[in-house]
Design a protein around this ligand. Structure first.
Ligand SMILES: [Zn+2]
Length: 382
């Protein structure tokens, strides 16, 4: 996700996605123009805008508190948390591993909506304590009480990947002892809820409530995508877990010498079309990796004079794997860097093979064909 970092809380990086800025402004604007003037007609325009911006910021803090609650519980159960990103629909905690037990998942998921509901209660108590309810403070805390209540309740909807869907998954997981089946059922419920939102949204659009209708339909569409993507992701991760990199790495790869010119390399190796990337070696020692992309970056007229050593990614900048690494973890590395392959080293500077993205994709394809015969026949033409 694109965005920027605004700092760390207890070691967790807090990031803001660009989409959140739009929501922030939209919320401030809606409150300043549509909400506060209606409920509190005595406020001036300037006060309404100020309240809109403050409320929007506190909404941001509320969403952040919700995500921090997930993250702290995750961390207390030994799951590392890298960062929290706030984006258009709220927040995502980037927790690097899935919970290991149903109990872990239950606590981790439930604490988020719980935090929102507690915040709603606290803001409501402040609202009650402000006495005659026409002050600017009352206006802000009343809004925050309502919005936190809505956040808590929406997230409790039992459709994966919403928090309530995770709670449901944890319960199903505990009952069936099968994470995959539990995820599948919870995703179906999530998709069902998503279609309901889309349906209601479309009905509202035809009924004349355009903006609300479009919003509901949009949230439904987003949830539907998230539900099916989360299930696919789990299936992929489960197929890769416990499989060592050595099972899939290619060992019969051509290697090139650093002194070769780019033109020689094109003529002798690249035109064969066998590999996307070539390990660069001198006397059996890996010194770098050169891929098609690096070659393309060398201008035509410089290819006869530029050497592989000048164009390659040098050894100390390479992201590598080892033969015993788990495929799930190696795939994370591929994904994070957007790489096509990882050099696999069995000792420093000693290449054991290349782990290529396309081999992993083939492997997953075969796995899925084996598991669901018939499901893909029309897609693959037998
Ligand atoms: Zn949550």
């Amino acid at each position: 996700m694109r965005g920027f970092s605004i700092g760390r809380i207890a070691g967790i990086r807090i990031r803001i996605d660009w989409s959140w800025i739009i929501i922030f402004l939209l919320v401030a604007w809606t409150l300043a123009v549509g909400y506060f003037p209606v409920l509190f007609p005595t406020f001036s325009t300037a006060v309404n805008w100020l309240l809109g911006i403050i409320s929007s910021l506190l909404l941001f803090a509320s969403v952040l508190a919700h995500e921090l609650a997930h993250s702290f519980v995750a961390r207390s159960q030994g799951l590392p948390v890298e960062s929290i990103t706030l984006f258009v629909f709220g927040g995502v905690s980037e927790i690097e591993e899935e919970p290991r037990t149903a109990g872990n998942e239950f606590r981790m998921a439930f604490v988020g909506p719980l935090t929102s509901l507690v915040l709603a209660g606290v803001f409501w108590l402040i609202y009650l304590a402000t006495g005659p309810n026409t002050s600017p403070l009352a206006a802000v805390v009343q809004y925050l009480a309502v919005i936190n209540l809505a956040l808590g309740l929406f997230n409790l909807v039992p459709g994966f990947p919403l928090d309530g869907g995770r709670v449901l998954r944890a319960i199903l997981w505990a009952i069936t002892d099968n994470l995959r089946r539990a995820t599948r059922i919870a995703s179906y419920v999530g998709q069902g809820f998503a279609f309901l939102l889309i349906f209601v949204g479309v009905a509202l659009i035809f009924g004349g409530a355009f903006i609300t209708g479009i919003w509901l339909a949009f949230i439904g569409w987003f949830l539907n995508n998230a539900a099916s993507a989360s299930y696919r992701e789990l299936v992929v991760r489960q197929s890769l877990e416990g499989v060592p990199v050595r099972r899939l790495m290619a060992t019969d790869v051509d290697r090139v010498a650093p002194s070769l010119t780019i033109q020689q390399m094109i003529d002798q190796y690249i035109l064969s079309g066998r590999q996307h990337a070539y390990p660069v070696q001198t006397d059996g020692e890996l010194v770098g990796l050169i891929c098609l992309h690096d070659v393309r970056n060398v201008p035509q007229d410089a290819r006869a004079t530029t050497t592989v050593a000048e164009a390659m990614t040098p050894y100390d900048r390479l992201v590598t794997s080892s033969p015993d690494e788990d495929l799930a973890s190696a795939v994370n590395k591929l994904g994070r860097g957007g790489y096509e392959q990882l050099p696999v080293l069995d000792s420093p500077h000693h290449l054991a093979g290349l782990l290529r993205r396309r081999d992993i994709i083939n492997y997953l394809q075969v796995q899925s064909d084996l598991e669901s015969p018939g499901e893909r026949t029309n897609q693959r033409g037998q």
